[in-house]
Design a protein around this ligand. Structure first.
Ligand code: FE2
Ligand code: FE2
Length: 225
């Protein structure tokens, strides 16, 4: 039997039946609301990027393991309502992690990161929350569009659909984190990207600053931030 408090613990979160159900069901709600994909592809990308950021910055294994759980669980609150989903998700995560036997000192940083990941009222208050913000807000890509009828695309669909390549990279000196996007301007103008993502990019900048880096946004080789 696994000893309480030992890591890695992320696998117990990823393999939990209730977690799988909540992720599946919240994405069904997002689809009904004509939102972009928030399912396993999204949480998978966010988990990988969170890991990349923290490993690159030399974070210890235990903190990385907690960060992966935060990344996997970060959007479950959408099942309650999209509004304030970061806070409801944090409370849901508390229940799940408590049931899985996580100690309070491990639950605390996870629910803190989840509760602060959204641009509405989230603030990078810890290394873990800053990494989660950067990983989440950089997940813009064509296959996040869930609407199949192009004539029904809204601005979020058009912007996501236009993004043909995304790369999040930290430079060798760990002074800059760059989000490089390739946008097919047939579907969206660069200005439209800013129209809907300005708040997210400003939150990324604050998250990068928390991690003592600059944030660069590069679209079609133009440095915009
Ligand atoms: Fe979210
Ligand atoms: Fe998300």
């Amino acid at each position: 039997m696994e000893e309480k408090g030992r890591f890695p613990r992320f696998e117990s979160v990823r393999n939990d039946h209730a977690v799988t159900s909540y992720i599946t069901e919240q994405n069904n709600s997002m689809k009904a609301l004509h939102y972009t994909e928030h399912s396993f592809a999204h949480v998978g990308v966010v988990t990988e990027r969170t890991k990349y950021i923290l490993e690159t910055l030399g974070t210890d294994d235990h903190t990385i393991d907690l960060a992966l759980s935060a990344a996997w669980l970060h959007d479950i609150g959408n099942i309650v309502n999209r509004v304030d989903h970061s806070q409801t998700g944090a409370l849901m995560a508390f229940q799940i992690l408590n049931r899985l036997g996580f100690p309070a000192e491990d639950i605390a940083p996870i629910i803190c990161a989840i509760g602060n990941h959204d641009e509405g009222n989230g603030v990078p208050v810890s290394t873990l929350s800053a990494a989660l913000i950067l990983a989440d807000k950089s997940d813009v890509r064509r296959n996040r569009v869930q609407e199949e009828d192009v004539s029904r695309f809204d601005i979020h669909d058009r912007v996501n659909y236009s993004v043909t390549q995304t790369e999040l990279k930290i430079n060798q000196n760990h002074t800059i984190i760059k989000l490089k996007l390739s946008i097919d301007t047939k579907y969206c103008e660069i200005g439209e990207y800013f129209e809907i993502f300005m708040d997210r990019m400003l939150l990324c900048k604050r998250a990068a600053n928390f991690l003592q880096m600059e944030f660069n946004l590069i679209i079609n080789e133009h440095v915009l931030m």
